[in-house]
Every structure is written in structure tokens, then in C-alpha cells.
Design a protein around this ligand. Structure first.
Ligand code: MGP
Length: 223
């Protein structure tokens, strides 16, 4: 924060005025009480993020099972929310968390996701205990910390799927044809998670995921 606020108290006029003024002025640093805003390079959206929760209730449609939990736009409010909610590894199978830029719904149908795709991290069952929570936290920090430089603009959000068959974490980007942004994001993301170089992660378009017939979707990019 650039300038410190100076709060002065009324000083009686006397010989010691100057000395008194110096000692009675309190320097109040804005850092002490102003929360730290999250950065966002994207000029079309502000720096606010929204956390969503999905609970699988088979009597409802997919969209009806999706609920907004809360929005935040400061470092402090991010941690307050993160510390308040259940760790992913404690969620029931079938549940998701999604963190998306405010204004983008965590679904394929949103205008900013329609032509997009995702970097997908698939985890083995053993990784739920070893890696799931720290991978998800690192993913969140990549997003709110704008870890992908100028290409952070292409990021829409991230999703964690807690599933009995194996958990998944993904970063969703807005344009599956933006090779430069996608490859940069994939490279940085893999590094940040500490995924070994020999382990290959794939990027798939939502269009392919939504229309897939088998259990796998073809990769448009790999990292
Ligand atoms: P899922 O929850 O992403 O993965 O999609 P899961 O449960 O591991 O299943 P799998 O098919 O990947 O093995 C499960 C189903 O939820 C999809 O087949 C869709 O029917 C529905 N679904 C998921 N997403 C992300 C969307 C979405 O964005 N929009 C709509 N309309 N349905 C979705």
C-alpha cells in the first residue's frame, strides 16, 4: 500500500507543541486493516472468484445439483472460506467443488466454456490419501494467484470430482484452439503440482467430453 494514513490528535498550543505533535501522531498502516485484493489480469472481469459445490442427487438434474457456496475477492476471504469448508478427501463420492471466475458458471454451457476445455489430472484411488487435498489447494492457489502470467486470462476455473472410481482435478480454459495459452498453462500447472515429467497429462475439449461414447476422451494437447 502506497501511503500511510496519519491520524493526529488535538494538541494544546504551548512550548512543547512540536515535540508533542511528533509523539502524539499515530501512524496507521493500511496493511493493518485493509484486506489484500486478489489480482486479475482479465479486464473484462473483476478479481472476484466463486466457489461452487455439487452433490449428486439422482432425483434432480445435473444443473439443479450445483450450488454456489460463496464469492471472495481478497486473500483473507479466500483463506477464511478454505479453512471453513470440508477437505475434498472428506467429501462423499459424487461431490465436486468448482472455483470459477465470478460471472462464469462451472458448466460446459457457459459462453466462456462452450469452446473451451480442461487440463485433466486423474488420480489413482491411493492418491486420495497422498495427493488429493494438496493438489486441490495448489490448483486453487494457481488460480487465485494468477500463476499463468498473461495466459491466466484464458483460465475459467477449476473443478475437483470426488469419485469412487478415481478422483479428478481439472483446470478449465476458455478456448481449446488457443495452443499457446493451453501449453503454457499445462506446463506451469504440471510443475506446480510436482507431477513427474514422465507422467503425461492431457487437455480435452468440453465438446469432446460432452459427446464421448467410451470412458476416455481424446487429448487435444499433452504436457
Ligand atoms: P462428471 O461429473 O464430469 O464426471 O460428469 P464423472 O461423474 O466422473 O463421470 P464420467 O462420465 O466422466 O465418467 C458426469 C455427468 O455429469 C456427465 O456425463 C453429464 O451428464 C453431467 N455433466 C457434467 N458436467 C461437467 C456437465 C456440464 O457442464 N453440463 C451439463 N449439462 N452436464 C454436465
Amino acid at each position: 500500500m502506497a501511503t500511510a494514513l496519519v491520524v493526529s490528535t488535538l494538541i494544546p498550543s504551548n512550548a512543547e507543541k512540536e515535540k508533542c505533535e511528533a509523539t502524539s501522531q499515530k501512524i496507521v498502516r493500511p496493511e493493518a486493516y485493509i484486506k489484500h485484493p486478489l489480482q486479475n489480469n482479465d479486464s473484462s472481469l473483476n478479481c472476484r472468484w466463486a466457489l461452487w459445490f455439487f452433490k449428486n442427487d439422482k432425483s434432480k438434474t445435473w444443473q439443479a445439483n450445483l450450488r454456489l457456496i460463496s464469492k471472495f475477492d481478497t486473500v483473507e476471504d479466500f483463506w477464511a472460506l478454505y479453512n471453513h469448508i470440508q477437505l475434498s478427501s472428506n467429501l462423499m463420492s459424487g461431490c465436486d467443488y468448482s472455483l470459477f471466475k465470478d460471472g462464469i458458471e462451472p458448466m460446459w454451457e457457459d459462453e466462456r466454456n462452450r469452446r473451451g476445455g480442461r487440463w485433466l489430472i486423474t488420480l489413482s484411488k491411493q492418491q486420495r490419501r497422498a495427493d488429493l487435498d494438496r493438489f486441490w489447494l495448489e490448483t486453487l492457489l494457481c488460480l487465485v494467484g494468477e500463476a499463468f502470467d498473461d495466459h491466466s486470462d484464458d483460465v475459467c476455473g477449476s473443478v475437483i470430482n470426488v469419485r469412487a472410481k478415481g478422483d479428478k482435478i481439472a483446470i478449465w480454459t476458455t478456448d481449446y484452439e488457443n495452443k499457446e495459452a493451453i501449453t503454457h498453462i499445462g506446463r506451469v500447472y504440471k510443475e506446480r503440482l510436482g507431477v513427474p515429467p514422465k507422467v503425461i497429462i492431457g487437455y480435452q475439449s468440453h465438446a469432446d467430453t460432452a459427446t464421448k461414447s467410451g470412458s476416455t476422451t481424446k487429448n487435444k494437447f499433452v504436457a
